[in-house]
Design a protein around this ligand. Structure first.
Ligand code: PGA
Length: 262
């Protein structure tokens, strides 16, 4: 059976743009995509601003019926209570967030998030009807020691333990050494790991979920290399950091179909 997964281009803003800048940015991005006559059947577009921007982005997207999805960069494993500084999935759902990133390597590194934390956060997102964008990826040292797929496969196995596959899932393969380095993985390498990750999903959540799940590549994605990743059968989009903050560049990434045949 032929699978159709709508490509997904996600902009991870990280800790950039306050709520006023976010409003201007999303407005301009919508204009830029409209100017380019972007067909959203070719690629779904989502932005992941800081928590403090989400209410403003929600208001703008709803008021102007913009075809841009949005989500958070993290979610608490807990729903409410004495967890200072945490943000509940219930609050994100109340802001109509469709997605939340979980287990980004910067959270794993700077906030010591473990595979168990990532799993608990995936379940928390699902409790509130939010689709997790689960990030996995190996460090340069892991790559040298174990090859490219061993660590991402282990991380994904743990992230998906006991998870209900019917509640939606996006996976992002982001080699840690490729993030913000200007040195992206090769498309062949991304494909190899994405295929291994899809097998994990099939094994744990079934073939149907595996077929439907979008697997993104992330790490130094730019307008000049996006098409080569999207040509791979198991790569269904990109999680874009730095380049998602430049409207022309991000628009060009979203419009990868224009350069995919090149
Ligand atoms: P980058 O970041 O595109 O700046 O490499 C990707 C990410 O961290 O999601």
């Amino acid at each position: 059976m032929a699978v159709t997964r709508t490509p997904f281009i996600a902009g991870n803003w990280k800790m950039n743009l306050d709520h006023l800048q976010a409003i201007a940015f999303v407005q301009k991005l919508a204009w830029s995509l409209a100017d380019a006559r972007h067909d959203f059947a070719d690629a779904e577009v989502a932005v992941f601003p800081p928590f403090t921007d989400l209410r403003s982005v929600q208001t703008l997207v709803a008021a102007d019926s913009l075809p841009i999805a949005y989500g958070a960069q993290d979610v608490s494993a807990h729903d409410s209570g004495a967890y200072t500084g945490e943000v509940s999935g219930a609050f994100l759902a109340a802001l109509d967030c469709s997605y939340t990133i979980i287990g980004h390597s910067e959270r794993r590194t700077y906030h010591h998030e473990t595979d168990a934390t990532v799993n608990a956060k995936v379940q928390a997102a699902h409790r509130h009807g939010i689709v997790p964008v689960v990030c996995v990826g190996e460090t340069a040292e892991d790559l040298e020691r174990h090859g490219a797929s061993a660590v991402p496969v282990k991380q994904l196995r743990s992230a998906l333990e006991g998870v209900d596959g019917s509640k939606g899932l996006v996976v992002a393969y982001e080699p840690v050494w490729a993030i913000g380095s200007g040195q992206a993985a090769t498309p062949e390498q991304a494909e190899k790991v994405a295929a291994a990750l899809r097998e994990v999903i099939a094994e744990l959540l079934g073939d149907q979920v595996a077929d439907a799940t979008r697997i993104l590549y992330g790490g130094s994605v730019k307008a000049t290399n996006i098409a080569s990743f999207l040509r791979e059968p198991n790569v269904d989009g990109a999680l874009v950091g730095g380049a998602s903050l430049d409207i022309d560049e991000f628009t060009s990434i979203v419009r990868f179909k224009k350069h995919v045949g090149a």
